[in-house]
Design a protein around this ligand. Structure first.
Ligand SMILES: [Zn+2]
Length: 394
């Protein structure tokens, strides 16, 4: 009668029957009451988790379980359905996206010398890159181990040991990750787990509901990435990190203008004006849904939405700004030019000032997950302090 013998197919069959009958008839047929706490989420719909597990049990023993035959709490049904890759949620109203982002904001990362360790964030970014490219969700251990180790060496804190065993197990117990062939993986502490991982060589990856969510929902994926970058990698070249985990090649930019607008003898200026920029800039623009943070304009081109990523403190000599999310704005082309030329500046309280008149133009639009670092705004203001005529930056 072990619920732990359930497999994913049995659960999906129960869900299918639930869909066919409808909730009331399904619960009535098998004698279950409406769930109050635990729901399993599939394709955006919620199902009473105990009833689903009990009916799915038909695949194990040939008959559904009655509700009195087992407990439907988190420790039993929640854990088993979770292991099979399903999201089991407590609140009726939390969507998978909310559950996922809540977990991302609450990673239990160790702290060393006042700084958070980056093993879990790097492991997640690696997996988000795979999902964005629709690569296989599960990877063999030698692949995960090699690739995550390299990321830890390159983007971890000084002295971090490149041991992906810990983040993988930590994320597994945090219910974002799964080792599908191992129902009872070791806790992520002590050194015995290193031997366990070496012996078992587990295939692993994001849980199925997490993978489906971040592969299909670009906005949620970008929010998670932006949060990880701004929380854990403020001192790193974030564009290099995105490119490194394969999040730089995901093409959500408008393609080049079609041939018929080109002229044979010279390059049309409209094409040159389209700024095709880097992975970090695309991430920020996607987060803002290509809406200008100064004026709220969102341009629609025949090829799709268009905005520009503007560095607040310019990159390269002599300014040497950093390629980090806190140094980027999502702007329309007009406001990009005005900003780069110092015709508008932004105060630390995010008031946008027209420097030609001295009058405020409004407040910079901000969104969760993308915080502007005031040190860069101050640098930009200083660049133009007292300057009457301004040299082009473009
Ligand atoms: Zn604008």
């Amino acid at each position: 009668m072990a619920l732990s013998d359930l497999d994913r197919k049995m659960v999906l069959e129960a869900i299918e029957e639930y869909d066919q009958l409808g909730r009331d008839a399904f619960l009535e047929r098998y004698g279950y009451r409406e769930a109050r706490d635990y729901f399993v989420v599939h394709n955006g719909r919620r199902y009473d988790s105990k009833a689903i597990a009990g009916v799915a049990h038909r695949g194990v023993s040939g008959r559904p379980l009655r509700p009195s035959e087992f407990s439907g709490g988190a420790a039993t049904v929640g854990r088993i359905l979770g292991h099979l890759g399903f999201l089991v949620t407590r609140q009726r109203d939390a969507s998978p996206a909310e559950v996922f982002l809540e977990k991302i904001r609450n990673l239990d990362t160790a702290v060393s010398n006042g700084r958070s360790k980056r093993h879990q964030p790097l492991t997640l970014l690696w997996a988000l890159g795979r999902a964005a490219r629709r690569e296989k969700r599960l990877a063999p251990w030698d692949v995960s181990h090699t690739e995550i180790s390299a990321l830890i060496r390159e983007f971890g804190l000084d002295g971090d040991r490149p041991n992906p065993e810990y983040p993988v197990l930590k994320l597994t117990h945090f219910e974002l990750w799964t080792l599908p062939e191992h129902r009872e993986p070791p806790r992520p502490s002590g050194s015995a787990l290193l031997g366990w991982m070496r012996r078992n060589q587990p295939i692993s990856g994001l849980r199925e509901w997490v993978y489906d969510l971040v592969a299909e929902n670009e906005a949620v994926r970008c929010q998670a990435i932006a949060y990880l970058l701004s929380t854990y990698f403020q001192d790193k070249d974030q564009n290099a990190l995105l490119t490194r985990v394969g999040l730089g090649d995901v093409d959500n930019e408008p393609p080049p203008l079609p041939q018929h607008v080109r002229t044979p003898d010279r390059r049309p200026t409209t094409v040159r004006r389209i700024i095709r920029d880097n992975a970090l800039s695309r991430l920020i623009k996607t987060l803002h849904d290509y809406t200008c943070q100064v004026c709220g304009t969102r341009l629609l081109l025949p090829q799709g939405k268009y905005a520009e990523g503007a560095h607040i403190r310019p990159l390269g000599s002599p300014h040497d700004g950093h390629d980090v999310a806190g140094n980027l704005l999502c702007l329309c082309p007009n406001d990009h030019v005005l900003f780069d030329q110092g015709a508008i500046i932004i105060k630390n309280d995010l008031t946008v000032i027209d420097r030609l008149t001295g009058a405020p133009r409004g407040t910079l639009r901000i969104i969760a997950g993308h915080d502007i670092d005031p040190q860069y705004l101050a640098y930009h203001r200083d660049m133009y302090r007292g300057a009457a005529s301004l040299s082009p930056v473009l």
